[in-house]
Design a protein around this ligand. Structure first.
Ligand SMILES: Nc1ncnc2c1ncn2[C@@H]1O[C@H](COP(=O)(O)OP(=O)(O)OP(=O)(O)O)[C@@H](O)[C@H]1O
Ligand SMILES: [Mg+2]
Length: 138
């Protein structure tokens, strides 16, 4: 991938299920701007985006996703940020265990994000909501 990628940034509010296809479309648009990227990378990024967005809706109620393409250390990276001011994660270590879900879900979303992204940062507390940032080199 050409290291001189166009810098792009898009913020999308996540308020209902209807916003999920919208956010996917925005990611696809940004990837198209970057030119040819492997199908496997696109699928991984869409999966990361989906898990972040679904967690916002299901656990945080509403929030915002930011998708950004930028140059980092001479390479192109896509950064996906999810932010909400919902109830937060009371025990992050437990939430990260495979199969850990508060409401009967598979409990695999956060694990998948860690497997598919090159870098993940999460900050969450029960008063301030949740911030998750996933970066993938493309
Ligand atoms: N944005 C968020 N706000 C509050 N809690 C969250 C948030 N994201 C994740 N969590 C907590 O972390 C747990 C694990 O999340 P994870 O995405 O791995 O599983 P899940 O959403 O329960 O199920 P699924 O496999 O369908 O994603 C959730 O059950 C929830 O308790
Ligand atoms: Mg989830």
């Amino acid at each position: 991938m050409d290291s001189r990628c166009p810098a792009v940034k898009k913020e999308i509010l996540i308020r209902s299920k209807l916003d999920i296809p919208v956010v996917r479309k925005e990611l696809r648009k940004i990837l198209n701007l970057l030119g040819q990227i492997k199908d496997s990378k696109e699928v991984m990024l869409l999966t990361i985006l989906d898990e972040i967005s679904k967690n916002i809706l299901r656990h945080g109620k509403r929030g915002r996703v930011t998708i950004e393409a930028l140059n980092k250390e001479g390479k192109t990276v896509v950064k996906i940020i999810g932010e909400d001011v919902g109830k937060g994660i009371s025990d992050l270590d437990e939430a990260l265990l495979p199969g850990s879900s508060e409401d009967g879900g598979l409990g695999m979303g956060l694990n998948l994000i860690f497997k598919l992204a090159d870098q993940v940062r999460i900050a969450s507390n029960i008063t301030g909501g949740t911030y998750i940032e996933a970066i993938k080199w493309i």
